[in-house]
Design a protein around this ligand. Structure first.
Ligand code: AHM
Ligand code: MG
Length: 332
């Protein structure tokens, strides 16, 4: 039986359309896909090898780090530092940037990632994911610094995620549509399963943590109240951003983690979570906003910056933004 279009064949074919391409990008995605397979394997057997459970100390966000997060971080750094495509990496699990060590060849790309998003779901067998984004270092030759990473999301060369769910799927865009590849564990390859994903125009799903409703500003309150008056609406909230996002991308829907009276800047991180998913959703015909501005337009001030996120099919996101703006005068 033919194996189908593998991720690497697909990327090589894409690359052929650009005769001047260096091939570095192909190497980057290839090594990332290997890291994803290793993480997928460990996620699947997590309960068996006693890798579950908290380490007992906190990451830079002040949240408890679980062993599998650290493991995923180590796997990605270890898989990517040898190549000749990166200058440095930044991860949700590392306080500062990680410059590629002197002993390895360097390239001009920067990798930004959340190694294992939705980590509160690890020990209860619920889907989790890896999110990544690739930037280009603007000034060649100069020593890499944090400032190199502080680029608006519109500058991303590529963005994607790997969802470790009932199957493992890698979804990515490099600015020419959004494509999904499902891992066939029998041959160990990601196979093209979702070519040119388009988010449905109309969504029937909303995803928000209603436990925070007592902190919501009026924009969120009024919008959710209006949504609930619709006869066709369903609430779905996994609490793993990648899983919630992927479902809404395929089925049509809106995910909200707005700012509220407690989380003044929302909860999610601009570089590791909001920017990559915003590029993907826009490439699939959807939209992403903070409520006040397009996410991809924000110029980051720091690596671990948080941002309110309203993301999904365009019609619903525009409507949510309108509700938010109408109430803006009440928001301080
Ligand atoms: P994490 O990166 O520490 O896993 O946190 C991010 C996660 C997202 O996956 C998810 O959308 C959100 O936190 C859920 O937060 P809450 O539990 O506050 O609803
Ligand atoms: Mg995360």
């Amino acid at each position: 039986m033919p194996i189908g279009m593998t991720l690497m064949k697909f990327i090589l074919e894409e690359q052929r359309k650009f005769p001047n391409a260096s091939g570095n990008f192909t190497g980057l995605i290839s090594d990332l896909a290997i890291a994803a397979k290793v993480i997928s394997r460990e996620v699947n057997k997590a309960g068996l090898i006693n890798i579950l459970g908290a380490t007992g100390y906190s990451n830079v966000q002040g949240e408890e780090v679980q062993k599998l997060d650290e493991y995923a971080n180590t796997v990605i750094v270890g898989s990517m530092e040898h190549g000749d495509y990166l200058s440095a990496m930044a991860s949700e699990e590392m306080e500062g940037i990680y410059a590629v060590p002197e002993r390895y060849p360097k390239g001009n790309y920067l990798l930004v990632f959340d190694p294992l998003d939705g980590s509160s779901n690890i020990d209860v067998n619920i889907s989790i994911g890896t999110i990544f984004s690739v930037l280009r270092k603007k000034e060649r030759g100069k020593k890499v610094t944090v400032e190199d990473f502080l680029q608006p999301g519109t500058e991303q060369v590529c963005a994607g995620y790997i969802l470790y769910g009932s199957s493992t799927i890698l979804v990515y865009t490099s600015g020419y549509g959004v494509h999904g590849f499902t891992l066939d564990p029998s041959v160990g390859e990601f196979i093209l399963s979702h070519e040119n994903i388009r988010i449905p125009d109309k969504g029937t799903i909303f995803s928000i943590n209603e436990g925070n409703s007592r902190y919501w500003y009026d924009g969120t309150k009024n919008y959710i109240k209006m949504l609930k008056s619709r006869t066709t609406i369903s609430a779905r909230y996994v609490g793993s951003l990648v899983a919630d996002f992927h479902r809404n991308l395929i089925k049509g829907g809106i995910f909200l983690y707005p700012k509220d009276r407690r989380a003044k800047n929302g909860k999610l991180r601009l570089l590791y979570e909001a920017n990559p998913l915003s590029l993907i959703v826009e490439q699939a015909g959807g939209a992403a906003t903070t409520g006040e501005k397009r996410v991809l337009k924000i110029v980051p001030k720091e690596l671990h910056q948080r941002v309110p996120l309203i993301i999904g099919n365009k019609r619903d996101v525009i409507e949510a933004e309108r509700y938010w703006q109408e109430s803006l005068t009440a928001v301080v």
